[in-house]
Design a protein around this ligand. Structure first.
Ligand SMILES: [Zn+2]
Length: 412
């Protein structure tokens, strides 16, 4: 049995409660045992490892509800030039950068496979705890079909990574079963086209409501949630009608779909950061030609519609699409959520408590409360006064995952 005490800091516990000064957190092995004002803690009479927060701020490890740990830019032509092994080695660095950014739990929206998850769970790799979707379901010619008009198929393929393409009631049912067999914790489906795709545009509707209902039903048989990549409003509405758990991106949300989401309790995972960075890349000419037009056009639309959804009271969990953009910038999303109307505390909750609920892991992570896994970060500056500071990994001084210090910029 091992005890640790984090002391000498201000607690922002992720429940939405007011910060607590002079707080301390007692950890037993990997579980939080007690949280409160330091003087009020009854310490066990045994050896305790002390962790000095150094007057900083103690927050829950953040949760990114939408990223791609195995991806570095999503240029589909990369599969022609890049040996498959390099693709895995790069993921090692991607995971470390994610931890350094203060993100200790992620929902991988496509490509991370069961082996990647095992490597972290078994302690071979430093990385966030993850829910994986393995591969997103896509229609023939849809957002995750890498078949080019030349006849070349640019998809990544290896054992453990099933093909994504499925059509029709029988086809999607079988594909869900295949993805679950490959170890998916969540089923991801592309219900519209995308920005960086070869054959479509973000507005295009993909899959029918009937197909989506089968996907939701089949996943539901095993208590598995569904997440839908959705830009165009036709696809968004189909997904909500089918009972999809979370809408990713939500670019072309209109008042009707916003009301549907609120009434159905559908989560929204905006990805403001990727839209911003993609627009900047398109403007500077450093993006493949097939993405430029879409990237320039949709950032503004996305930002405006997310603002409307927030105002209307849709539940918003933080996601970033890291992997499409550079890894490790994840918490820059928080200040963009504030630009969309959130207060800093609300933005923090969208990346902690609300995100844990979106993943269905609210009993394990997302807040600093007794009984939860000890995922805690310590930052120097007050994020309630300066939310942007969280976006710079240099300000994330200590990261604790599962009771273990996995990053420490404090001098020892
Ligand atoms: Zn994505």
């Amino acid at each position: 049995m091992e005890y640790s005490l984090i002391q000498n800091g201000t607690l922002i516990d992720g429940t939405g409660d007011q910060p607590v000064n002079n707080a301390a957190i007692l950890i037993k092995n990997n579980i939080i045992e007690y949280v409160g004002v330091e003087d009020s803690i009854n310490l066990p009479k045994t050896k305790i490892r002390k962790i000095d927060a150094d007057g900083g701020y103690m927050l829950p490890g953040f949760i990114d509800s939408h990223l791609h740990l195995m991806s570095n830019g999503f240029k589909f032509e990369d599969t022609m030039y890049t040996p498959l092994s390099l693709y895995f080695y790069k993921a090692v660095e991607n995971m470390r950068l994610t931890i350094d950014a203060g993100v200790t739990t992620v929902r991988d929206a496509g490509l991370a496979d069961y082996g990647a998850k095992m490597a972290v769970d078994q302690g071979f790799l430093l990385g966030p705890r993850m829910q994986i979707s393995v591969t997103p379901l896509s229609i023939t010619g849809g957002h995750f079909d890498f078949w080019l008009k030349s006849g070349f198929d640019m998809k990544t393929s290896y054992p453990g990574h099933p093909d994504s393409i499925c059509d029709g009631i029988d086809g999607v049912q079988r594909k869900v079963r295949e993805v679950l067999r490959a170890g998916a914790d969540v089923v991801k489906v592309m219900v519209t086209g995308g920005v960086m795709s070869a054959n479509d545009q973000p507005e295009f509707t993909q899959f029918t409501v009937d197909e989506l209902k089968i996907i939701v039903r089949e996943a539901g048989y095993r208590n598995i949630k569904t997440m839908a990549h959705a830009h165009g409003v036709g696809g968004i509405k189909n997904a909500i009608k089918a009972g999809i758990h979370s809408i990713e991106h939500g670019t072309y949300l209109d008042q009707e779909s916003i009301a549907m989401m609120r009434d159905n309790g559908t989560y929204l995972v905006p990805t403001l950061l990727v839209m911003k960075i993609n627009r900047e890349l398109a403007e500077s000419g450093s993006m493949p030609a097939y993405g430029i037009e879409d990237a320039l056009r949709i950032e503004d639309i996305h930002r405006r519609n997310i603002k409307k959804a927030y105002k209307a009271g849709v539940t918003i969990a933080m996601g970033t699409d890291s992997g499409v953009i550079k890894h490790g910038l994840n918490l820059q999303e928080l200040s963009l959520l504030c630009d969309a109307g959130m207060k800093p505390m609300e933005a923090i909750l969208s990346g902690t408590k609300v995100a844990s609920e979106c993943l269905g892991w609210q009993d394990k992570v997302g807040t600093i409360e007794p009984g939860k896994l000890a995922d805690i970060i310590i930052t120097k500056s007050n994020p309630l006064k300066n939310i942007e500071s969280l976006g710079n990994p240099n300000n994330i001084e200590v990261v604790i995952k599962d009771g273990k210090i996995v990053k420490n910029l404090h001098k020892t």
